[in-house]
Design a protein around this ligand. Sequence first.
Ligand code: FAD
Length: 545
Amino acid sequence: MLRLSGLNLPLDHPADAIAPAICRRLGIEPHDLIGYTLYRRGNDARRRNAIQLVYTFDVEVRDEAAVRDRFAGDKDVRPTPDMTYRPPFAAPPAFAGKRPVVIGAGPCGLFAGLILAQMGFRPIILDRGKVVRQRTKDTWGLWRRAELNPDSNVQFGEGGAGTFSDGKLYCRVKDPRFLGRKVLEEFVKAGAPDDILWEAHPHIGTFRLVTMVESLRATIEELGGEYRWQTRVDDVELDSDRNVRGLHLHDLATGTDSFLETDHVVLAVGHSARPTFEMLHARGVYMEAKPFSIGVRIEHPQGWIDQARFGNCAKHPDLGAAAYSLAHHCSNGRTVYSFCMCPGGRVVAATSEEGRVVTNGMSQYSRAEFNANSGLVVAIDPARDYPGGPLAGIAFQRQWEDAAFVAGGSNYHAPGQRVGDLLAGRASTAIGEVIPSYKPGVTPTDLSRCLPGFVIEAFREALPVFGRKIARYDHPDAMMTGVETRTSSPVRITRGKDFQSLDTPGLFPAGEGAGYAGGILSAAIDGIEAAEAVAARILSAPVPR
Ligand code: FAD
């Protein structure tokens, strides 16, 4: 089988144009093409009124050796790689050792749990939040009634932070073992649409994610895994050589404390697990402050973005709602960029702590809501912006989240500002043409009350630049809602090549919270590798590469 990439066809090409195009590209006769399957489809919208679909196909031809010889050195014609995932280890029959424990049921913890279960290690998965259906009610409690449950919300609970999201499923991590493919295939088995296997920028949307995490849970349980919900890890027990010996748990439903003995812990707690980071720091677990980004969500009508990106082709069913990706290096040395863009979605309240306001974005599979939203953020780093130790980034986040709560009216409404007002240096007093989607509500104000001056200054320079790339991006009524502070983890819980904490054997920091992933897919991939590393340690085997 050959993998043929970079095959461009016009947006409205008929289905029967594909086979002749493959034959032309490979220089073969139609009867030499045995068959083909779609591996990936993206689009090239650089000429917005002449958009091309860009295909990658796995192609079966009659004389593969001859074609390979002719295209030796052509990076678009290669042998199809074997992408099958094979678990590298298997637990001894009726594994009776201490069960490995996974903290966190987000994408990282779910995949660590799934792989450990598939290898026969019967993991225990702990999460401070609730099962996804109950969690949904709590999450909507904040959005509809301004009532926050600090243990069950958009950050905490079954499915982790990505459950109420756009469900974008792509990442830029190097993936030589095709672990991302394993994740997508498990998602499809769990009920995701199978287009995620071939769309260049796949996404799932919130409703489907909810069903999928339930289905993954059932699979893990069938394989002998066990979940404990509303179970918060409050402390870690170490022996005199700093080996993990167990976890102190607090059952939030009953208010009781207990101890769980284990030698292997995958720490997949996500970027918002601030009390857990504080506890680990107090226990002497090595960690460092890490760069992240802060800013706002910006909203425009999706129609403006579709028009700017796709011109006459806007609304074409093969294109869907248009996304964008922008970056500008400012004269004050800062970089402003778009982050986690959600076409046809909404801005959501994403705090996990009382008295704080945090924004993020989500959408449904259809991406049919009125506004496009994206994080508009500025990269910051410990040396320049929050010196003072591993936890200083958390204090920095809290400072601006507190300020946003106050600027929004101290009732979980978010502070917002029209772009025109921000550019003119005046507070907003009203909303314009773009109606912000954030619930429970948006208070027009001056965002400089809740963001550092260098961020506002960088926005003032970048927005007109972005307006030249995407028409009406800097429209006076485009709406900015803040603050976006949870773009990635403020800490890195540094690990060695064996995936274990540098100074705490048996602790496997993984996923976004540990600073090793950014997004659903990369967190899930990291979970797979962490699970393999746990199995390797249990069996005294080398970690797979
Ligand atoms: P998390 O998903 O954060 O999971 C951590 C889990 O650990 C939580 O369930 C939490 O309850 C649990 N936990 C924490 N502390 C403890 C403790 N002490 N004891 C027990 N349990 C604990 N990424 C994308 O790729 N695409 C998107 O479209 C996208 N949209 C997003 C939209 C929103 C609204 C948000 C909030 C995030 C979005 N992300 C998106 C980011 C993505 O969700 C994260 O990168 C991903 O979830 C990280 O996975 P994780 O498993 O490392 O951590």
